[in-house]
Design a protein around this ligand. Sequence first.
Ligand code: TRP
Length: 336
Amino acid sequence: MNEKKGIILTGDRPTGPLHLGHYVGSLRQRVALQHQYKQFIIVADIQALTDNADHPEKIHNNMIEVVLDYLAVGIDPKVTTIFIQSLVPELAELTIYYMNLVSVARLERNPTVKEEIAQRGFQKSLPTGFLCYPISQAADITAFGADTVPVGDDQLPMLEQAREIARTFNRMYNCNVLVEPQALLSDVSRLMGTDGKAKMSKSAGNAIALKDSEEVIRQKVKKMYTDPGHLRVEDSGKVEGNPVFAYLDAFDPDKENLQKMKEHYQRGGLGDGTIKQRLLEVLLAELGPIRERRKQFAKDPTYVMQILKEGTEAARVVAAQTLLEVRRTMKIDYFG
Ligand code: TRP
């Protein structure tokens, strides 16, 4: 019946507009794969609240922003189910059961969580929900029987955790109820920030958002970090670790010319202004149509909310089915 290759579940926290890092790490793949796979996209508001409980309005306001970004890049709600995490309470129930399968020590070892704890200064005030969000993410994935999860490489520890939970559950209850998911990395699985730091993120202020205006993109490109040793045009410059070249690698369709530019830059004689000008052209060409589509969808917020509502209803049916099987397997389906 299902001629699709498999099931995708992936998603984002609604904490801000999506940026180029999301785009190359996952969004482009979602658009490319949505006709081959049954695809679910979760807007993870519960996860966003694990470190924003004091700012619920931020999550509320970004819900529609994130969905506008999805529609703008070409995610088609006719084939992709977009839904709200907190309105599928089956996910919360699954999370509670999975909590018994994971030790606190295991959660504390998660490298991404560790890094995020340090970033947020949570050392002494770590919310329990934050520590446990990888379990909740495993519930998101396994509730849909997803075998494929297109994500950036920062999410690999979450996928490992989800696989472990599925394996532990199946082994403990001697069943085959949960599917072990695989991460699907894109060829550019992480984009550095405009400041040259390893990861682009809104909170670090080093991101170019998909919805940024031409003027904002121009400003951000102008201020981009390059090679601090490249002082004069005639000096030889470094390509590695240089975000302008990292972005050109990710977006410039003319790879032959790009190779020439890299050699020229390394040899000396190619100024930062010139490579930034090329990057600006490339980014404006890529983001222009996205920004236009976004504007069109933004005119009709009722339609966007309707997509979410219908997606959430459809997602709930699927998650409820998995929950039923989980309850049956754990012998807590008392009334059959
Ligand atoms: N942790 C992901 C992020 O920060 C968001 C997310 C929540 C997710 N649930 C998911 C990603 C399930 C993939 C699958 O971007």
